[in-house]
Design a protein around this ligand. Sequence first.
Ligand SMILES: [Fe+2]
Ligand SMILES: [Fe+2]
Length: 129
Amino acid sequence: MSMVNIDWSEHLSVGVALVDEDHKKLVDMVNELFSACFVGVGDEAVAAILTAVIDYTQYHFAREEAFLQEHASPALEAHAEEHRQLTQQVLAIAEQGVSALSDDVLLFLRDWLTHHILETDKVSFAPYR
Ligand SMILES: [Fe+2]
Ligand SMILES: [Fe+2]
């Protein structure tokens, strides 16, 4: 199990404080998951962290969608659809069980998070910087 930590830096900032704060927390939690897998803390502890990541992700996605709705953003519908797909993907990973958390799955999770921030969040939130 290799270390695949995400480094928070300004290139991940979307320029909206509420969203950036959530993303920092999410990056911390995903990094915690990577560390737990790397160190080998046991399946139960890893499962608890993965559940926390999923819960926080759902909370965060709902907050983003509420923000876009409040601002009558034309990006809302497509953005919410991408959130639904991402949620399905991470739930499918969780369903496989933590013993299936390979390097590939962890790298997928890292890219899942960073690509969405860089490609979708940045564009959707750009008008509200
Ligand atoms: Fe986000
Ligand atoms: Fe998003």
